[in-house]
Design a protein around this ligand. Structure first.
Ligand code: DLL
Length: 447
């Protein structure tokens, strides 16, 4: 279904937990207040918040009287989690912890999130709610083509899929040829992957001559990295499936924070589990209703590692109108990037997503691209490397030159910077099994 489709019949939308998903806003806010008080109690048990909250005049849950009191709680940032490593945010005895997940820690100390049994149960419930809300049920065969391990995407979706009662194939990421075999052997109907891996799967399927009719795929959950509406449409058209956007982050458990329903028009933030705010990242004040800013999230559903008012760095906004599906939980717009993704090229601010939007809307372009930024003398130089589509031949220079020129001009019209464009044949650019690395910025860091 596309966002502009006619209104579907009333029984089209399916809810995992109808009472919670469609509860009135006043009821939902009352529930949030009750859970926020509990989350503050959990937080006050951790060394980190025991030091921080009293400075803001919060000494117990009694100090939270209305949801507006949330604003009195100071923000928590990524560096706070690093400083609190390893146990500064643990609020239960270690014996009660049954699992941990951690970020990759590419910039130093990893951030670690602990779960007790109840936390895992609640997280699984949110992921199951997301999956069921896309129309899946226990008749589905679900191939989880994402990294298992410390990354939350593998085990998080695995547990959610089992909770819905689907047959879960824990295939993990990578090994594309084997992924097709599994799909064919077991009749996979749903997959979960990063959007870049889904595009890669489609390219390999084409180059290996795997027929679309030999698989019975209907849906994909795609997330863990930003992608544009054009990329979604491209995956849907090429694979003939419905793609649902899935948003989450390890600090808020992992996947299962916000997800698209069958209307595929914005991601419902599960507000009985998370409180969402959008702030201006410079002033730290809330933006006006519907405006874009940084998403700040408070976790209401995890005791072992409580995190309040976490600055996600992700840029989004809330839709102001309700969803046709009847759920009352507000919808987030597709995340367009992160405040720390922004590239400043010769003084012009751009987000990689602006380049992706241009490229993925062009039919002649293939499924992979790379943005390279270098220093050339005193100036910055932007190169966009693009794989060509299957209908373009690398030995025919006329159409190649025309395509190169078209890409260059369209990018320039969008971001005002004139890039160098390199065309590559399908499969030539690096792919990553996890989150795609779309930007290579080799400029010295202190310039
Ligand atoms: O990526 C959790 C996840 C797993 C989400 C599987 C969806 C599917 P982290 O590794 O902590 O957790 O990375 C979180 O990834 O702050 C966003 O910047 C980005 N991100 C996640 N989902 C989306 C999405 C998982 N749908 C960070 N669109 C977040 C855009 C996304 N960015």
């Amino acid at each position: 279904m596309t966002p502009t489709s006619l209104t579907p019949p009333p029984d089209y939308f399916q809810y995992w937990n109808p009472e919670i998903e469609t509860m009135s806003r006043p009821e939902l806010e009352a529930l949030q207040l009750e859970k926020l008080k509990i989350a503050v109690t959990w937080a006050l048990r951790t060394p980190f918040y025991r030091e921080r909250l009293p400075k803001a005049g919060i000494n117990s849950a009694e100090d939270i009287k209305t949801l507006a009191d949330l604003k009195r709680i100071p923000f928590t940032a990524k560096h706070d989690l690093r400083e609190a490593f390893p146990y500064g945010l643990l609020s239960v005895p270690k014996e009660e912890v049954i699992r941990l997940h951690a970020s990759s820690g590419t910039t130093g100390t990893p951030t670690t999130i602990y779960f007790n049994r109840e936390d895992i149960k609640k997280w699984t419930g949110y992921v199951a709610r997301c999956i069921y809300g896309t129309g899946c049920n226990k008749a589905d065969v679900f191939q989880n083509m994402i990294t298992y391990g410390l990354f939350t995407g593998g085990l998080g979706f695995h547990a959610g899929g089992e909770e819905v009662g689907m047959l879960v194939i824990p295939s993990g990421a990578g090994n594309t040829t084997r992924q097709f075999r599994l799909m064919q052997d077991f009749g996979t109907t749903v997959v979960h992957a990063t959007p870049s891996f889904l595009l890669h799967v489609e390219s390999i399927m084409r180059s290996e001559g795997v027929s679309r009719d030999s698989i019975c795929l209907k849906r994909a959950f795609a997330g863990a990295e930003p992608y544009s509406e054009d990329t979604r449409r491209r995956i849907e058209d090429l694979l003939k499936i419905d793609v649902y956007n899935s948003y989450g982050l390890s600090e808020m458990n992992g996947p299962g924070v916000a997800f698209e329903c069958q209307a595929k028009n914005g991601l419902h933030l599960w507000e009985d589990g998370y409180i969402g705010e959008i702030i201006n990242p410079d002033t730290l004040e809330p933006v006006k209703d519907g405006e874009t800013g940084e998403l700040v999230l408070t976790c209401l559903c995890r005791e072992a590692t409580p995190i309040l008012r976490y600055r996600t760095r992700d840029l989004s906004s809330f839709y102001t109108e309700p969803c046709v599906c009847g759920r009352t939980h507000r919808r987030l717009r597709r995340i367009t990037g992160r405040t720390d993704d922004m590239l400043i090229i010769n003084g012009v601010n751009i987000f990689p997503s602006q380049i992706e939007e241009v490229i993925m809307a062009m039919g002649e372009v293939g499924n992979n691209y790379l943005i390279v930024v270098e220093k050339e003398g005193v100036l910055d130089r932007l190169t966009v490397k693009v794989e060509v589509g299957p209908d373009i031949f690398m030995d025919d220079s006329r159409p190649l030159n025309a395509l190169r020129d078209k890409i260059r001009k369209t990018i320039q019209a969008s971001i005002t910077i004139n890039p160098r464009v390199e065309l590559h044949e399908s499969g030539a650019l690096p792919i990553s099994e996890g989150k795609a690395k779309r930007v290579q910025d080799s400029r010295p860091k202190d310039v």
